[in-house]
Design a binder for this molecule. Sequence first.
Ligand code: SF4
Length: 383
Amino acid sequence: MNNSPKTFGDILTHKELDTNPKRWLSVIEQQTLADVQLALKTEAGKYTFEKLLALISPAAQNYFEQMAQAANLLTIKRFGRTIRLYAPLYLSSFCINSCKYCGFNVTTDFKRTRLTIEEALADADVIAAEGFHDILLVSSEDPKFITVDYLCKLASRLREKFSSISIEIYQLEQADYKRLFDAGIEGVTLYQETYDKNAYAQYHPAGKKSDYASRLRAHDDMCAAGMREIGLGSLLGLTDWRTETLALAQHADYLMKRYWQSRVSFSFPRLRPACAVDRDKFPYLLSDKELVQMMLALRLCFADAGMNISTRESAQLRDRLIYLGVTRMSAGSRTNPGGYSGHDENTKQFEIADTRSPNQVAELIKQKGLEPVWKDWDKSFIK
Ligand code: SF4
């Protein structure tokens, strides 16, 4: 770790990506074909802010073919012809927060569910029987029930069946992340949702999650606690995707330079239809083409970053994305607690779009000439 005094918040503020991200839109729109050509001549996989400005610009849409080929070659070179498969296990739909884009919002009236450790293990058994060794524990902000103790106990039981356990839950303190790491949880994904400070305040009017500055520091805490895999993302649809990509890249660059021991990955969650959420109220929903451009641009700037794509996206789109930089995919997902072991009546956090079974997804990956990897990590590697 270097001793640079700059926090990620300072870096963001220096470029006004938190307070005035829209100032970059005209710069992006003014990028020329020559700027894009120049960006594509630089070393593939190496990040500079100027390069990313060019690759996310409207002008870059004339170079999709070239970008796609370069992204595919770079991904094969760094990750081989493989796609890791994982499954999410939703633990609770109780939440203390008021995120305006989420069906699990505290104000939504629906029958909520929490899984006991035994109930979570019943879901995990189904996931293991499907062939997965990589499991992601997901929960809303339910700190009275989904405690660090709960997660440590669950992880100790899951370790028998899963070689990789990661979490996507509410923000914790560094000491908590350390306890979870010691209990066998090696990865954490936490979305900033949006790096635009004003938009963040609008979408998170109350609850613990409304503290923007605290959330910006979360990934530092995970890395300092020793977490091996760190996931970043913006919820796509809340603000302009191009300025979010700039901030996301700054975040990844900062973490990679400061905490070289942790591997950073990007996720690309687009807003999905959900209970009590009207998607028509979100003016920044991005098209498939824009999503692809965002992924290609980030791949061409970050050769070593993992790139995750979930079942939020349709089978048709996911099949195409396989060649464009993706390294990890979920399959057969249920987004309601207890959904794997038969509680289909429980409310889902959002509707999934790719409803294929894990085996169908694995078969498709093989047909595309890649290898589906159910397990690529074992704790014995570091003993
Ligand atoms: S996004 Fe997460 S924290 Fe916000 S309401 Fe939904 S479950 Fe709760």
